[in-house]
Ligand binder design. Structure first.
Ligand SMILES: Cc1cc2nc3c(=O)[nH]c(=O)nc-3n(C[C@H](O)[C@H](O)[C@H](O)COP(=O)(O)O)c2cc1C
Length: 257
């Protein structure tokens, strides 16, 4: 599953990552519940998949996450969500954001103690999904072994390597797989940039791709160089041009090999 990540995994990102493959489910960013019944537009803002049977465009189910500490209003808003078509609701217990921790929500910083999850799993009859610090296929197998869970959730690892779930799936099925190249990742990022640009003020238009590039830098050295190249650019046409140049360069390189 794709983990909820506030400020990172909105519905465009869920669509991209679930299209690449390997995922069985996603979770929205948290929707904050205080002391009122929220209107549909708030739920829709975070969970646009409510309009498409709670599935991403490639048909992967999406759970809607609520964050709050008032049981009455959490229940009321969960009921509202069900009325609006949510199939599954997730409660936030794991967000590391300081603002969330300061409001009686969220949890834990690294490292991830997967073996503690095994104790919990042994005591429960419901399904338990293990997560935390899964950056590679090898981490996935270690997490499963230590947590004794069949299901895992990927957060930053999947942002840093968008086909990690696919790599895991292929490893499980013993199918050959060639990981995505930087050219493919860069094309994907450019599509993401173009589809989300109209949503932001121009001065903020590159922020999300810059953030994604930072995560990608962990696995793709080219992402780190491209980040350095665009980090001070804030005008739409500058960022657009930088992407075009990067893609032209990569395509020329590919064709000259
Ligand atoms: C930037 C960021 C935002 C997050 N937002 C949420 C959130 O909205 N809800 C939640 O339950 N957990 C949230 N988390 C926690 C992640 O879902 C996940 O449990 C955590 O990152 C550990 O998994 P990972 O090592 O695979 O990233 C967030 C984590 C990060 C890094």
């Amino acid at each position: 599953m794709l983990a909820p990540m506030e400020g990172v995994v909105e519905h465009h990102v869920r669509a991209i990552l679930s299209k690449i493959g390997g995922l069985d489910g996603c979770v929205t960013e948290f929707i904050r519940v205080t002391d009122q019944k929220l209107p549909y537009k708030v739920f829709y803002k975070y969970a646009q998949e409510l309009e498409s049977d709670c599935k991403t465009p490639s048909g992967i189910p999406v759970k809607v996450q609520l964050l709050g500490s008032n049981p009455h209003f959490m229940a009321l808003n969960a009921q509202e969500l069900v009325r609006y078509g949510a199939k599954s609701i997730d409660l936030n217990f794991g967000c590391p954001a300081k603002t969330v921790n300061a409001h009686e929500g969220g949890a834990y910083k690294p490292p991830a103690y997967w073996h503690y999850i095994a104790d919990i799993r042994a005591k429960l009859t419901i399904n338990v999904v293990a997560n935390g610090e899964i950056w590679s296929v090898a981490d996935y197998f270690r997490c499963r072994e230590e947590s004794q869970c069949d299901d895992v959730m990927l957060g930053r690892g999947l942002i840093a390597q968008p086909d990690l779930a696919k790599q895991i799936r292929c490893a499980l099925n013993q199918e050959p797989y060639t990981p995505l190249s930087w050219l493919e990742i860069c094309q994907m990022l450019f599509d993401y940039y173009r589809s989300t640009t109209p949503l932001y003020y121009e001065k903020n238009c590159g922020n999300r791709v810059k953030q994604w590039l930072m995560y990608l830098s962990r696995n793709y050295p080219e992402a780190a160089s491209f980040f350095e190249f665009i980090k001070r650019k804030s005008l739409h046409h500058e960022i657009e041009q930088a992407f075009q140049e990067q893609l032209d360069f990569l395509l020329n390189k590919k064709h000259s090999i």
